[in-house]
Design a protein around this ligand. Structure first.
Ligand code: FAD
Length: 358
């Protein structure tokens, strides 16, 4: 058994000092970190509990009308907060679709942002090959059970969020599906909350040895590229202090659709977060983000552009949904996700247009 030091931080500066020491890990609700420790995937020597730092557990309005969510706000408190239900129903729906009531009562939003993939091959140390756990060792998932794995972004050249010219460029030495380089990773970001935050253009406030900085949600999580061991762009010693949401024009028309193998207590096969600003039947503005399909929440920027400024007719919606999967790179075990994404987007956009309910 490994000895672990536990420190309850009284304030942010003592948390930062402790977190700067090698082998430290911040702990929020512990619902992910403790599982990783039990499986030997994470081996911190020191846990820094930040849940008693005054102010980090608060939700407050920002001067311009947005919302600041402290990093240790519990998932259930956030989902049920009156301002979130009223102004950001998409976020409330996404949070309530995740995990179970007991887990949501413990889980913090900082921990939810940072939770690690649920790839079986990452969690089970019996598998020697896992580029995320042991960089350079290979990816057992690519020859394994891929039902829960990525269909986008494992090859950065197929990043649909990149400028269109790049995303459509022919691939040098084009590879067939299922034969990505062994250095890569096809794990997905498992969070529901993160998908809603991506659609809502949240920003993440972090603090660390070099001071404070703000990271756009679209830049917070990473594609695997050649460093699949890194899930996000948080630097060593940094911790998340809050999530900021801009003023939203989407409260009346938002929908989070989660498609999964069981009706509850299961991670998404595919999830779709849609937020619309409608002028009658015409789409004034649109946000679409997908979960369960990539190493980070996957924004469907081109599909959004195709919808904006037009009436929401069935053909336009089908075409927008089809544009999303143009860059899909499925495996035999998850090829069903290509159709699921298209149908999920069509259904979620229709439901959002009909009206939000938190
Ligand atoms: C059985 C089960 C089912 C689940 N189902 C779902 C689901 O359907 N959908 C879903 O979205 N999630 C699901 N989850 C995941 C759950 O949402 C996460 O475990 C939870 O959000 C993590 O939050 P936490 O506060 O407990 O994080 P912790 O376990 O405390 O920490 C997780 C990671 O975040 C880091 N961390 C925590 N806070 C900070 C901070 N402020 N700054 C920097 N780093 C920090 C920790 O060091 C650690 O690396 C499930 C979990 C379980 C166990």
């Amino acid at each position: 058994m490994d000895a672990i030091d536990y420190q309850r931080a009284a304030d942010l500066s003592s948390a930062l000092r402790a977190n700067a020491q090698s082998g430290s890990a911040v702990i929020g609700g512990g619902t992910n970190l403790l599982d990783l420790m039990k499986g030997g995937v994470a081996r911190p020597v020191r846990l820094i509990d930040i849940t008693h730092i005054a102010g980090l557990d608060q939700v407050s309005t920002l001067p311009g009308g947005g919302l600041r969510i402290g990093a240790t706000v519990r998932n259930s408190d956030l989902a049920n907060h009156p301002l979130v239900r009223d102004r950001y129903p998409l976020l409330s729906q996404a949070l309530l679709s995740g995990a179970s009531a007991q887990l949501r009562n413990m889980a913090t939003v900082g921990g939810n942002l940072m939770q690690r993939t649920r790839c079986h091959y990452f969690y089970d140390s019996v598998y020697a090959e896992c580029n995320k756990r042991r960089p350079g060792s290979g990816c057992a998932a690519q020859q394994g059970f891929t039902r829960m794995h990525a269909i986008f972004g494992a090859d950065a050249r197929l990043d649909a969020n990149a400028p269109v010219a790049t995303a459509q460029a022919p691939l040098a030495g084009t590879q067939a599906s299922g034969t990505l380089p062994v250095s890569q990773c096809i794990a997905v970001n498992p969070s529901d909350m993160n998908v809603a935050l991506a659609a809502l253009d949240a920003t993440i406030r972090v603090t660390g040895p070099r001071g404070e900085r703000v990271i756009a949600m679209s830049d917070f999580h990473r594609l695997p590229g050649t460093t699949p061991e890194r899930d996000n762009n948080l630097d060593p010693g940094e911790l998340i202090t809050s999530i900021d949401l801009p003023v939203s024009a989407f409260s009346a028309h938002a929908h989070y659709l989660k498609i999964r193998d069981r009706a509850s207590y299961a991670f998404a096969l595919v999830s779709v977060a849609v937020a619309l600003d409608m002028n009658g039947t015409t789409v004034r503005d649109a946000r679409i983000a997908l979960g369960g399909v990539a190493h980070k929440p996957w924004r469907a920027l081109e599909a959004e552009r195709m919808l904006v400024g037009h009436p929401l007719d069935p053909l336009a919606l089908e075409q927008a949904a089809a544009s999303i999967v143009r860059t899909a790179q499925p495996y035999p075990g998850n090829a069903f996700k290509v159709k699921l994404v298209q149908r999920g987007v069509v259904r979620a956009v229709r439901q959002a247009a009909e009206g939000a309910s938190a």
